[in-house]
Design a protein around this ligand. Structure first.
Ligand SMILES: Cc1ncc(COP(=O)(O)O)c(C=O)c1O
Length: 397
């Protein structure tokens, strides 16, 4: 295997970067040429405890010795323990497990429709989502995603989605309660450019949904499991959603997704209504449980908030003196730098200096450090990006 290896037998749906990563530990990954990179992508907000975290590795290894998979026709103690842990840490009562973010959102969409039917409102079949959102790539979640660039080439879209403007008061006035089963939104839009939802807007939307008995569902696939500085982003909005979806950070890189819901909604998933072969199998549930144990360990989230403040303050200071940086947005370790030029240029320059970051659209550099990153690593990152910003400004690139 090498960086130049042919990928001809793979479909070309991913635009791959010119490096091949073979090993990871903590905040670092190593390429096939032996080059070490500081990984501030975290596998797109997934390896939140860094790469191959010791405790999770230990727990998965133990589980590998005993049982990998058993179907959901049987009780799975690891899955029950994970559900209980999630319920004890949130405002939710029940969990459904699956394998990815899109699959978790599929479950949420189905739950909202079923809830409406079960509550004598069969005409409520629509799900409201918001401009610039991202909810996944499957049929329904692509249709839920309110971005035409994601839809291109795939029409007709799955019907049943209404798109309203994000962060706009008028959106709430436009909801048709007679037709709407649920609302699905991100509290910090990740793929859409790192845009936090306005607290007052969310509270008003939430109050409206509560009053109208429309399920209020938050897509926490990118924001959840500590990424924004609290275990769940909804905690920062003083709301208690009816349901949230999780994936990415829940398994430290082991594939797992989840839908959490309050009893009143969860009861609509009666036996036979929904399922997933691999969902919450012993290995995945073990990874989830071990990850949560680490993230909810004493002082973990406080430490993260402190580190996040350090990084955002440094970036904000940089933005004040560098004309290429228009804005610094985000929460916790989900940070976006809106730049005048192409975000891809910054990603490339940082990669040349052995630091990996992402884009979020054309003009946003997305920075997703592992939640475990050390202050020293943050100082390295700040130093390198400051030098790159000065260089790009000087050259007018
Ligand atoms: C907010 C949000 N929802 C859903 C998804 C889809 O998750 P997955 O790629 O695991 O299907 C993503 C992935 O980036 C996401 O960021």
């Amino acid at each position: 295997m090498s960086s130049t290896m042919t990928t001809s037998a793979l479909m070309k749906n991913y635009q791959r970067l010119p490096i091949t990563i073979l090993k990871g530990k903590g905040s670092y990954v190593w390429g096939d040429q032996g080059v070490k990179y500081l990984d501030y992508t975290s596998g797109i907000a997934t390896c939140s405890l860094g790469h191959v975290p010791d405790y999770v590795q230990e727990k998965i290894s133990e589980q590998l010795e005993n049982l990998w998979h058993v179907s959901n026709l049987y009780r799975i103690p690891q899955q029950e323990a994970l559900a209980e842990k999630l319920a004890s840490l949130s405002c939710f009562d029940q969990a459904f497990f699956c394998n990815s973010g899109a699959e978790a959102n599929e479950a949420a969409i189905k739950l909202a429709k079923k809830y409406a039917k079960d509550h004598q409102k069969p005409e409520r079949t629509e799900i409201v989502t918001f401009s610039n959102s991202f909810h996944g790539r499957t049929g329904s979640t692509m249709a839920a995603t309110a971005q035409t660039k994601i839809h291109n080439g795939f029409t007709p879209l799955t019907p049943g989605f209404t798109y309203l403007p994000f962060n706009q008061q008028e959106a709430i006035e436009q909801i048709d309660a007679d037709k709407t089963a649920g609302v699905l939104l991100e509290l910090v839009q990740g793929e859409g450019g790192v845009h936090p939802a306005d607290v007052q807007w969310v509270k008003t939307l939430y109050a409206y949904c509560k009053e109208a008995d429309i399920l209020f569902m938050v897509d926490e696939i990118q924001t959840g499991i500590g990424r924004t500085g609290s275990l769940f982003a909804y905690e920062q909005y003083e709301i208690e959603p009816d349901a949230i979806t999780l994936a990415k950070g829940l398994g430290s890189g082991f594939p797992i997704g989840a839908l959490l819901a309050k009893n009143k909604a969860a009861e609509s998933f009666s036996p036979g209504t929904h399922g997933s072969t691999f969902g919450g199998n012993p290995l995945a549930a073990t990874a989830g449980l071990a990850t949560l144990e680490q993230i909810t360990d004493t002082n973990f989230l406080e430490g993260l908030q402190e580190k996040s403040l350090l990084l955002t303050e440094a970036l904000t200071k940089l933005a004040e003196t560098n004309s290429l940086i228009k804005a610094v947005r985000g929460k916790g370790f989900l940070i976006g730098l809106e730049v005048e030029n192409k975000a891809g240029v910054w990603v490339e320059k940082l990669r040349e200096k052995q630091i990996l970051v992402l884009t979020a659209g054309e003009n946003v550099v997305r920075i997703l450090p592992p939640l475990t990153t050390e202050k020293e690593e943050l100082f390295t990152f700040i130093g390198v990006i400051t030098a790159i910003a000065a260089d790009l400004e000087e050259k007018g690139e």
